[in-house]
Design a protein around this ligand. Structure first.
Ligand code: MG
Length: 383
């Protein structure tokens, strides 16, 4: 079995979500958007797919870096393929990003699962067939009835828990360019309102503005200790590991979770664990360059008796949380009062992460990553 083709196609769909100038998603009017599908095909016709941002699977990247490593290779040698791409990153003039590595790795794992007739999460370890999700809100906004006030967060959190069935909630605070953001005291007010609305026991987490100072971060963390929050993540620029060591040493009753967006894959995460810069490690397939380095992070965390909390949604991250013992939740979102998260996008027959009324996401028994894509829609809407 040998890889024969690697191809990406860009297609259009309609969405009611748009990104602000800092890249955060908010609800808006229905408008056209584009995304892409990356497909790896073998000589026996077996293929694997993943949905990716068009910029991560551009033809010039596939031609220069991806096809030279993949075409002719045995797809079961996923580590050799990943290492081949990784070693090329240094000489690629920063063009071969971790997100490109991730897109290739996910499509390859989808192919491997289909070739083996097994879901990827079972090939990786098969630790569990379901997991509790936490409802992960969008960032705050200034939309009437949206997430504009601490009370808006409280009412939405009540809906998430009491109506939709979530057993845990994570807030994203207000971030620029939303007017008035960032404001550490307003972030705290939203956290307090949600704790007040949901009672003392439900696990709550916070992902605030990412550029607070040490003193603002410490002030917020000490308030969250009083509110019995479970973890906080990325409240400061993560490139400063010593700032996180300092904060972790001063917040014994709040878990510091990280790093999320810091570069350096599993190596950076090993440094954070070894240097006491966090209580819980963070990984995510799109942050660290695929399932391979995400699994290395999780196993390294287990070796330090640490949990590894997986960042982000989608089939690739689901495969990781299903495979490992040392994680608490699956991150489901981003959620907002104006967005129907349970509705498939036009290019999906089914969303990746359907959740039952008790707050559990169940892992697909289908071979591959478990994405149920509407390939006819994609072919009919190519850009
Ligand atoms: Mg985060």
């Amino acid at each position: 079995m040998k890889i024969e083709r690697v191809e990406a196609k860009t297609f259009s769909y309609i969405t009611n979500q748009s990104r602000d100038t800092d890249g955060h998603s908010h609800p808006g009017p229905d408008s056209p958007a584009t995304t892409a599908i990356l497909t790896i095909t073998c000589d026996d016709g077996t293929s694997g797919h993943v949905i990716a941002r068009p910029g991560d699977v551009e033809e010039n990247l596939l031609k220069a870096f991806v096809r030279p490593v993949l075409v002719g290779a045995d797809p079961m040698g996923h580590e050799a393929i990943w290492q081949g791409l990784y070693k090329w990153q240094r000489g690629s003039a920063a063009k071969l990003t971790d997100r490109v590595l991730c897109a290739v790795d996910l499509a390859l794992w989808d192919l491997i699962g289909k070739a083996c007739g097994q879901p990827v999460w079972k090939l990786l370890g098969g630790y569990r067939d379901k997991i509790l999700a936490y409802g992960s809100t969008m960032c705050g906004d200034d939309l009437k009835g949206g997430l504009a006030t601490p009370d808006d967060y409280a009412r939405f959190a009540e809906w998430l828990v009491n109506v939709r069935g979530y057993k845990a909630v994570k807030l994203h605070g207000w971030m620029p360019p939303v007017p008035g953001a960032p404001d550490v005291r307003k972030d705290y007010a939203a956290c307090a309102a949600v704790r007040e609305a949901l009672g003392p026991d439900i696990p709550l987490m916070l992902d605030p503005n990412h550029w607070y100072s040490r003193t603002d971060s410490l002030w917020l963390c000490q308030r969250l200790e009083e509110l019995n929050y479970f973890w906080i993540e990325e409240m400061m620029e993560e490139a400063s590991m010593s700032s996180y060591q300092w904060l972790t040493s001063k917040t014994p009753r709040l878990n510091i979770c990280g790093p999320e967006s810091m570069t350096g894959k599993h190596w950076t995460r090993a440094e954070w664990a070894a240097n006491g810069a966090c209580d819980m490690l963070r990984t995510g397939v799109w942050d660290v360059g695929g399932i391979g380095p995400a699994m290395k992070t999780a196993k390294m965390a287990e070796s330090f008796h640490m949990s590894c909390e997986v960042h982000g949604t989608g089939a690739g991250n689901m495969a990781v949380v299903a495979a490992i013992p040392n994680t608490n939740f699956y991150e489901r979102g981003l959620l907002h009062p104006f967005v129907d998260y349970d509705q498939p996008r036009q290019y999906q027959n089914r969303i990746d992460d359907e959740m039952d009324a008790d707050g559990y996401v169940h892992f697909s028994q289908a071979p591959g990553l478990g994405q149920d894509l509407n390939l006819a829609y994609i072919e009919a809407n190519l850009v």
